[in-house]
Design a protein around this ligand. Structure first.
Ligand code: CA
Ligand code: CA
Length: 145
């Protein structure tokens, strides 16, 4: 896996941010992407920490979704807030996880993240449809740690 600076080009990052913006047109859910070089602890626990550090639990319907990537660990986690888990159950993210995973295996990181965002947006929209007056509650830019 490449260094975090080279993991995604500026153009690829812009494409990811745009994918989030488009996905959020159809759902009140909020999607964020966080990328870091290395995770020294359990990636799931770290993803959970990042979720709270980014204040992603601070949405009205508790429907924030984090796609967390640890470059050196070749790992990613998709984590959704309580509001989503309450209404759909824990298998909700399996299809999203599979999409990201198969692209990552082929080294297509940007494509994997974008497909994950699209898939997450789609599954979110059926349970949390976009509503008039929706706010962009969480920044769409990629955060790095
Ligand atoms: Ca929103
Ligand atoms: Ca957003």
């Amino acid at each position: 896996m490449p260094y975090i600076e080279d993991f995604l080009s500026a153009k690829e990052e812009a494409e990811i941010v745009e994918a989030i913006r488009i996905a959020e047109r159809h759902t009140s859910g909020e999607i964020r992407v966080h990328i870091e070089q290395n995770c020294a602890t359990d990636v799931y626990e770290r993803a959970l920490d990042v979720f709270y550090i980014l204040k992603m639990d601070n949405t009205k319907q508790q429907n924030g979704v984090l796609i967390y990537v640890a470059v050196d660990n070749k790992s990613f986690v998709i984590f959704g807030d309580q509001g989503i888990n309450n209404s759909v159950g824990e298998n909700f993210w399996n299809s999203t996880r599979d999409k990201i995973g198969s692209q990552f295996k082929s080294g297509h990181f940007k494509q994997g993240i974008i497909e994950g965002i699209k898939e997450a947006g789609q599954v979110l929209s059926s349970h949390f449809p976009w509503e008039q007056g929706d706010n962009d509650e969480l920044d769409n830019t990629i955060s790095k740690g």
